[in-house]
Design a protein. Sequence first.
Length: 290
Amino acid sequence: MYATKFQYHAPQTIDEAVHLLAQHGDQAKVIAGGHSLIPLMKLRFAQPAHLVDVRRIPGLTEIRETADAISIGARVTHRTVERSELVTRRLPALSDAAALIGDPLVRNRGTIGGSLAHADPSADLPAVMLAYDAEIVAVGPAGARTIRAGDFFIGLMTTTLHPDELLTEIRIAVPPPRTGGAYEKHPHPASRFAIVGVAAVVTLEASDRVGSARIGITGVGPAASRVTEVERALTGKVPDAGVIAKAAGRITEGLDVRDDLQGPAAYKRHLASVHARRAIERAVERARQP
């Protein structure tokens, strides 16, 4: 099937893109890599009258470190994130997730900002953003605003991003010493989306006890979620095999896991506990590395 007719716009600046989004409202969609939007348009699940192509806007493809944060431009591709030495060193869970997205074509074209704005309930990156407590920068007619990841994802392909706002940047605080992160998932064999995906970020104290833990999960609900039950089960304890297994067993507590085309709820709860254990184990191992 072919997409319906639309008008194509190629703004040169962020301000010009925001003006177009404000002018056309719900009839406009932003396109960058296109791997989220174009399939929906071909199936006519999305029928925008205006496409705003942001690929010519400078300044959206950089990854840089400041004194207290790592900044990733919205148009940075998954492949660039995967291969970034800075991301691998500072944010290994994000590097893990980027390497597991789709196939090489998707990773070479798809963008980090596009994935977050699309907010597919089985996408990998939202869980990682929750685990790292990321901040998402959006620019609209009134200027820029910063949205915490925990406030950004609100439902099935739904975020707090306004129709006249452009996602421009993701900021993640530089993790403290003795912090490790990891992402594990069970992919759908065809789409490579996560049937279950778990991101873990763990900081160890000098005593080797868990000083803090943040856990994000994707694939088992209408949106990615942070799992505070697992975090509480880890915090203050030495993360040996027993502690990790017990904490991972709580990964779906409080979540509405249902039977669907991906499998029965019991199967998904089992997958979640297995991948939570693996993610926590790798995060702890990385936190202990000098």
